[in-house]
Design a protein around this ligand. Structure first.
Ligand code: I6G
Length: 672
């Protein structure tokens, strides 16, 4: 290979890596990149003099000899003023309009990534230094670690770079990378990180660049901090586009808006999208777009007068553990729950958080009366993520795990290798019975309207319902029912009629409703497409059960054990006798169906059908419906506001259809 051929190879590899890491549009398979990378490594080891500073092989270097040096920023890295509500944002707009004597201003809006600010210095287009924000005046030189990030160009993608340019941005860890990293750490018994931001900070502070290189970090540029020998564009927005051209990742949700109304609209739009984003954000940064106006406005103290950060409600807050109780779930699992001093986090007041099991309590080291950090994002169940050890009061104490069920006092058992303890009481246990009934009547199971949690609790407490079969005898207990809280004649008729109509169900719903351990909706569907008859499923041996898609040995064992228990067989018989029934499928062999072998994922909101209806129809056509997008997905059905699944499908080049597309597909195959 000639030296020129090697330079071309570097260019090619850098183009591929730019497409993958910056544009999120891979243009070659990973294997092709790896093959060319190996070629480059081979030539470089035989011709070490030819090695170029922007070669991808130069990203992971040696440890810096004396740790991270402190370096002064050429121009201080400022902080931003914050606005916590629309009013303060409108005040900000009014204040600066007054100063500029302007009627309306154009703002550039960008998500504020929850990461670490960084300044990158390029001389004649080559990266020479990467420095953390530090105290704003000086920070740590972490160049060797920064170079390991593929989203940081080692050389600007231009023939005419400025003599010097300092690019500012945020380094963050995407949510999926964070989850994977923590899962691996937990498996190895290593310390797990509290959130992606801490994981990013910890990863950048590593003295060994090889460790940083192994962490899923991304850099997103947000401004040009300093420049020599080059004329700045007229607007911040154009500056960002310039950064993108030079090879930086910029946020694709950035947008120009007019006035404070535009800013508020942008806030609302992003607040809705927030939990679906593949990375954490803690707010929005609004900047006066015209650089000339920014210069006119200048700075107050250490913050620009022309920018403001509108913060979202915090997703993490500190509160105190008032007690730890034990809840018994549908399958008897006894879960410790922290009772908290109520705290406003992620937009709601939280007073309970699950502590999962003994191992999790041990991992957190949480005791009653401790101060803890609670995390709540979107609709996700609030989680205790950390004990604030520095604030531990003197009166903390550990909780003892119960030796008997706190509800029915039956023995508890712990299966070897499992962290959970379980009540052995089955449906004798009031808690298990209540939870099983709630599951049985739920929308995706038997779908019995009007039988809410409160009513189920009363029915169980008053011993009117002792198992699911009793639900179908409630019409014989009208008088007693009318004595229940908030039960009038009208709601009783409605309840009895929905119980009556629920009898005509579907085989998969029935199996899901039984509440067999580890048998969720998808597994229930898989089981019922494989076994056309209930008797066959009930009699199936483990070897047959594992042949069903998505059924592994553990699920198979749960299914087998469930149907082996006399009490469960009696319940099933009782339900069938009570009139529960379903239509038998015209069994075409699965392979003959038009979508056989195809894997679909359905996401986002649909207007004409529910996602479940679409899933059912796809399944009926022989498709497999999966909950997550992967390289094996054949098609993503993306409704409105599709979030991370859509982004992932795009990055994997998975074919995507919208609601109209799936309707056309269902029509084409006669499913509509
Ligand atoms: O900390 C920051 C995050 C994002 C920023 C920032 C930003 O723009 C999107 N912009 C400035 C000007 C500053 N800090 C000081």
């Amino acid at each position: 290979m000639t030296q020129q051929q090697m330079l071309d190879l570097i260019q090619k590899l850098n183009d591929y890596s730019y497409a993958y890491h910056v544009k999120d549009e891979p243009i070659v398979p990973d294997a092709e990149y790896d093959r060319l990378y190996l070629q480059l490594q081979t030539i470089e080891s035989s011709q070490p003099d030819w090695i170029q500073p922007d070669s991808p092989t130069q990203r992971v270097g040696e440890k810096p000899d004396n740790g991270f040096a402190n370096v002064a920023h050429t121009v201080p890295m400022l902080s931003l003023d914050n606005a916590f509500d629309n009013e303060s944002l409108a005040d900000f707009d009014q204040r600066i309009r007054k100063l500029l004597n302007a009627e309306k201003l154009v703002y550039c809006c960008e998500p504020k990534l929850d990461g670490l600010a960084i300044s990158l210095r390029y001389e004649e287009g080559r990266l020479v230094r990467g420095v953390t924000r530090g105290d704003g005046l000086s920070g740590e030189d972490i160049t060797s670690n920064i170079k390991t990030l593929y989203s940081v160009p080692l050389k600007l993608r231009t023939e005419t770079p400025p003599a010097v340019v300092e690019v500012r941005g945020e380094i963050y860890m995407p949510k999926d990378g964070f989850e994977k990293l923590n899962k691996l750490a937990a498996e190895k018994g290593d310390k797990v990180f509290v959130n992606p931001r801490n994981a990013a900070a910890g990863s950048l502070r590593q003295l060994d660049p090889k460790i940083t290189a192994s962490r899923p970090l991304v850099m997103c540029a947000y401004s040009i901090g300093y420049v020599e020998g080059w004329e700045q564009p007229e607007s911040h927005y154009d500056g960002l586009l310039q950064l993108s051209e030079w090879g930086f990742r910029i946020n694709d949700l950035m947008q120009r808006v007019e006035g404070s109304e535009g800013c508020i609209e942008y806030y609302e739009m992003l607040n809705e999208k927030r939990t679906d984003l593949t990375y954490d954000i803690d707010g929005i940064v609004y900047k006066v777009d015209k650089i000339a106006l920014q210069n006119q406005l200048g700075f107050i103290a250490r913050a620009p007068r022309w920018a403001i950060a509108r913060k979202f409600p915090a997703q993490e807050e500190m509160t105190r553990v008032l007690g730890i109780d034990f809840q018994v779930g549908r399958t008897g699992a006894i879960t410790p729950v922290a009772r908290l001093e109520p705290v406003f986090v992620g937009g709601v007041t939280v007073s309970n958080a699950t502590l999962h099991n003994k191992d999790e309590i041990a991992r957190l080291g949480v005791q009653v009366n401790d101060y803890v950090i609670i995390h709540r994002a979107g609709d996700v169940i609030p989680k205790v993520v950390q004990v604030v050890v520095e604030k531990r009061p003197e009166n903390t104490f550990e909780v003892d795990f119960p030796n008997t069920c706190p509800i029915c006092h039956s023995d508890v058992e712990q299966v070897e290798g499992e962290a959970v303890i379980r009540c052995t009481g089955g449906l004798v246990c009031g808690a298990q019975l209540k939870e099983s009934l709630k599951h049985f009547v739920s929308r995706k199971a038997m779908d019995i309207d009007g039988l809410g949690d409160k009513l189920i609790e009363q029915l169980v407490d008053q011993k009117m319902v002792k198992d699911p079969v009793d639900i179908f005898t409630l019409h014989e207990k009208r008088e007693a029912l009318l004595k229940m809280e908030r039960m009038g004649q009208k709601s009783l008729e409605k309840l009895l009629s929905s119980i009556e109509s629920a009898k005509a169900t579907q085989f998969n719903r029935f199996i899901y409703a039984l509440g067999i351990r580890e048998v969720g909706e998808a597994t229930a569907r898989a089981l019922t497409s494989y076994f056309n008859e209930l008797e066959d499923l009930m009699a199936a041996e483990q070897e047959t059960l594992v042949e069903v898609d998505d059924v592994g040995p553990i699920v198979a064992q749960h299914v087998k054990m469930f149907f082996a228990q006399e009490a469960n067989r009696e319940t099933i018989n009782g339900l069938l006798k009570a009139g529960v029934t379903w239509e038998k499928k015209q069994q075409a062999s699965l392979e003959e169906l038009p979508l056989a072998g195809k894997v679909y994922v359905v996401t986002g909101s649909l207007s004409q059908f529910s996602r479940d209806q679409v899933k059912d129809k796809l399944l009926a056509l022989g498709a497999k419906v999966s909950g997550s997008v992967s390289a094996k997905t054949d098609c993503l059905v993306a409704g409105e506001k599709a979030g991370s699944k859509l982004t992932k499908a795009q990055s994997l080049n998975v074919p995507i259809i919208d609601e109209a597309g799936v309707i056309a597909l269902l029509h084409e195959h006669g499913a509509l």
